[in-house]
Design a binder for this molecule. Structure first.
Ligand SMILES: [Zn+2]
Length: 393
């Protein structure tokens, strides 16, 4: 067994925002074995000028689209049309180079794990040899029945051969043929990570079968009936009635109704993922963080893909969020960038610097002795990253 390594830090910020100062952290075989404010063993590697934090979780991304971004179009439905057009032309080697580039950028901003949405037709090989931990959510997609059935089959094949942990999910509530959506939910019983209530026209579609989004879907598949599009009072409730929401990430949730929020609050294993810069890119509006907080609903931050962002930088997302929610304290912010999304997915030993947890952490040089929140507001890169007990930056 390799010898344990002990590190001393100026301070350590835990996932609940509490700060240990000074901090001595021992790592062995890729896990933390001791976290304390006093040393027990020697030798000790000295990082006395650095603040340590748990490695960040990017709760939502589309790494495969990195090579295409950012797209100049910022209106939501025209953006989708342009994205589909561009993606058809993207060669696998360029896609793979984009994925690696995106991962490296995220790593430099302190991300150690990414919850990533993947198209089922993407070859699994483009995800080989990634520099950080990526968990794939392979999207069933297509308003034509045959198309969505095909993507389900392709998704199964991707998951069976993928070099990363992967799960099947629906792209969203409305972009999968209703029969296929129902059959999938019946079979898998969990959605895990799904785009929901991103834009206002998604609810308009459900409630009135009109608006930009409804027109787009009906145009894509004229065989779909308006009745099939709308059999509930909100995008969330249609799926909710099928009991598919345990241990899941609800991505965006910008336009959740009051009733939606009350339903989500009943389950303690759900998490709403907010992507601050993508939200600003589309000028979506509607995200009510305070309301989610009031109901005790966990929120996590994500970058979304570079196609609807200007960079893949978790510190940039944190800073955007703090600008729009300036009263946020460290205790509120920390679980949003470390633990909340991992916990919702049932990953019990990731996202914190605690004994027996996987040894992932980031260091920020802090010779000026800044408060941790100030540090997160000022830096656009971290200085070192430990992944499974190894320094990778
Ligand atoms: Zn997305």
């Amino acid at each position: 067994m390799p010898a344990p390594q002990t590190y001393q830090f100026k301070n350590l910020v835990q996932s609940d925002g509490s700060v240990l100062s000074p901090a001595f952290v021992t790592v062995q075989q890729g896990r933390f074995t001791r976290v304390a404010s006093t040393a027990e063993t020697t030798p000790i590697t000295d990082y006395k000028n650095a603040t340590a934090l748990p490695g960040f979780t990017n709760a939502h991304c589309h790494l495969e689209l990195t090579a295409l971004g950012p797209l100049p179009e910022q209106r939501f439905v025209p953006w989708i049309i342009e994205l589909v057009r561009q993606k058809h032309k993207l060669a696998n080697n360029n896609m793979q180079a984009g994925i690696i580039k995106g991962c490296r950028e995220l790593l430099r901003s302190g991300v150690v794990r990414v919850f990533d949405h993947i198209s089922p037709e993407t070859p699994a090989t483009v995800f080989e040899n990634l520099p950080l931990k990526v968990r794939g959510f392979v999207e069933i997609l297509g308003s034509h029945k045959e198309r969505s059935l095909k993507s389900w089959q392709q998704g199964k094949e991707f998951c069976a051969s993928a070099p990363l942990p992967s799960h099947l999910t629906l792209h969203s509530g409305h972009t999968v043929h209703p029969d296929v959506k129902n059959a999938f939910i019946k079979e898998q019983n969990r959605l895990l990570s799904i785009h929901l209530a991103e834009c206002e026209s998604e609810n308009e579609l459900v409630q009135t079968q009109q608006g930009e989004f409804a027109e787009f879907i009906l145009k894509t598949n004229p065989e779909i009936t308006k009745a099939e599009l709308s059999n509930g009072s909100s995008a969330l409730q249609i799926l909710w009635e099928q009991n598919a929401f345990s241990n899941s990430l609800i991505v965006h949730g910008n336009h959740l109704s009051d009733n939606d929020i009350k339903l989500i609050a009943k389950h303690k294993d759900l998490c709403v993922v907010h992507c601050p810069n993508s939200y600003a890119f589309f000028d979506h509006g509607g995200f009510d963080f305070e309301r989610l907080q009031q109901e005790g609903i966990p929120v996590a931050l994500g970058t979304d893909g570079l196609v609807s962002n200007t960079e893949l930088n978790m510190l940039g997302e944190i800073q955007s969020f703090l600008k729009t929610h300036p009263k946020t304290d460290l205790a509120t912010l920390m679980p949003m960038i470390t633990l909340n999304a991992a916990k919702a997915l049932g990953l019990a030993d990731e996202g914190d610097v605690k004994e027996s947890y996987k040894a992932d952490l980031v260091l920020m040089h802090n010779t000026e002795n800044l408060e941790p929140l100030q540090l997160l507001k000022q830096k656009n890169q971290v200085d070192q990253v430990m992944l499974n007990g190894q320094w990778v930056i």
